[in-house]
Design a protein around this ligand. Structure first.
Ligand code: SF4
Ligand code: SF4
Length: 79
């Protein structure tokens, strides 16, 4: 599972549900729950918007989007 919610930390505020661009999360019995994990594309928005640090998303999963620093070299630099 790529999404982990610590129910001890979750206050049920709903921020993660609101910030999710998909329909992955909802609130049930006062806590965030994962409904459709396969719809998660690991944007990290729910993690960013959680005020209590209750949610983690495995951003290193194989199908995640990765940001790669590209370094260019100037081939004329030693001329
Ligand atoms: S990482 Fe993005 S898509 Fe996945 S549950 Fe969080 S807000 Fe939704
Ligand atoms: S934003 Fe955090 S505290 Fe609020 S419902 Fe989601 S997981 Fe729980």
């Amino acid at each position: 599972m790529a999404i982990l919610i610590d129910s001890n930390l979750c206050t049920g505020c709903g921020n993660c549900v609101e910030s999710c661009p998909e329909d992955v999360l909802s609130i049930a019995k006062g806590k965030a729950v994962v409904n459709y994990p396969r719809e998660c594309w690991r944007c990290g928005s729910c993690v960013y918007d959680c005020p209590s640090g209750a949610i983690e998303v495995d951003l290193d999963a194989d199908n995640s989007i990765r940001f790669v620093e590209i370094t260019t070299t100037n081939s004329n630099s030693d001329k």
